[in-house]
Design a protein around this ligand. Structure first.
Ligand SMILES: C[S@@+](CC[C@H](N)C(=O)[O-])C[C@H]1O[C@@H](n2cnc3c(N)ncnc32)[C@H](O)[C@@H]1O
Length: 319
């Protein structure tokens, strides 16, 4: 399986630079995937830096284990969500970390893997099960959610996670269609989207937004991101670096707001004259605006087009 893993790491040099890697550094890659970023981190922290790599996907972990084998005991791979990264750090007996990287979303490998159901292109011709789980051994699949969720829940997901015009119409079409036969494959879902007649004449295929919304719901991605960011800040040592690469506006909004709130510290209402929460800032932001790919990277790797990197330095709250 691992020999077929194909994924070109995005914003590789930029993320390594913002992590300020030094020999001996201890870095956690919360989305190790095929190990592209991890390999650069290990190279730049030679000879004795440590890398903890987390991923929900056992196939990704197998691929990164093969790719990173030459680093021997410097690598610790764990099948876990980054929302629990503090547990992984504690169980490995590591103290505070020098860096944390989160490269969000799905890998090209997952998108291309037949049977995972992440991609809708070619779905009319290929019967792919509607799965969409990052870890296919855990929790309900997209097909399970589509068979159980109420019309209101479905509408809420399509609105919040896909910002889809026609969310209500699609939710109603799904509940109508599933009463006749369950939606099991990507082709079944595409037929309902077509029948609901949403997004006609728009620039983007509405199926892109529907698939994005379902994937976010299946993997509880936005809540995991919010919690993962809090955990990441909590495990960094003062001076440690946090780097996050997001791929759509919902993710980037959460990263931006979490970073700004950690950089502000105080959570008192804005009009309160004197601070009573006593919270100081815990992050210092590298840039106000996110870093995107160069034209050259975009040309070589179209997947990088939507990537946005935000980076920050951990400061001690007393600072
Ligand atoms: C864009 S890929 C990372 C690619 C990696 N940086 C590389 O260079 O190969 C995102 C990875 O994050 C994983 N993932 C997504 N959500 C996760 C979560 N909450 N916890 C851990 N891994 C997650 C996916 O399974 C996928 O392998």
């Amino acid at each position: 399986m691992s020999s077929h893993f194909h994924h070109v790491p995005v914003l590789l040099a930029e993320s390594a630079d913002h992590l300020h890697l030094k020999p001996g550094a201890v870095v956690l890659d919360g989305t190790v995937g095929g190990g592209g970023h991890a390999e650069t981190i290990l190279d730049r922290t030679s000879p004795d830096g440590l890398l903890v790599g987390l991923d929900l996907d056992s196939e990704a972990l197998a691929a990164s284990a093969a790719r990173l084998a030459r680093f021997g005991e410097r690598v610790h791979l764990v099948q876990a969500s980054f929302r629990h990264l503090d547990t992984a750090v504690r169980e490995l007996g590591l103290g505070q970390l020098d860096g944390v990287l989160l490269d969000l979303g799905v890998s090209s490998y997952q998108l291309d893997a037949p049977g995972r159901g992440f991609r809708f292109a070619e779905a009319q011709h290929v019967e792919t099960p509607l799965d969409m789980r990052m870890d296919p051994s855990q929790g309900p699949s997209a097909a399970d959610l589509l068979s159980r969720a109420s019309a209101d829940e479905l509408q809420g997901w399509f609105q919040r996670y896909g910002e889809l015009p026609g969310s209500k119409r699609l939710a109603q079409a799904i509940t109508r269609c599933r009463a006749e036969s369950p939606l099991r494959t990507t082709a079944d879902l595409l037929r309902v989207i077509e029948e609901a007649g949403i997004g006609r004449g728009r620039r983007h295929n509405p199926a892109t937004l529907v698939f994005q919304a379902l994937r976010i719901a299946v993997n509880d991605e936005l809540a995991a991101l919010q919690e993962g960011l809090e955990m990441a800040i909590s495990v960094l040592k003062p001076g440690g670096r946090l780097v996050v690469i997001s791929y759509h506006s919902l993710e980037d909004r959460i990263v931006k707001q979490s970073f700004r709130s950690a950089a502000r510290g105080c959570i008192c209402p804005p009009r309160q004259p004197v601070c009573t929460c006593g919270r100081g800032p815990s992050l210092e932001l590298d840039n106000r605006r996110p870093v995107g790919p160069t034209a050259e990277e975009e040309g070589q790797n179209p997947r990088s087009r939507s990537a946005r990197l935000r980076a920050a330095k951990r400061i001690s709250e007393a600072a």
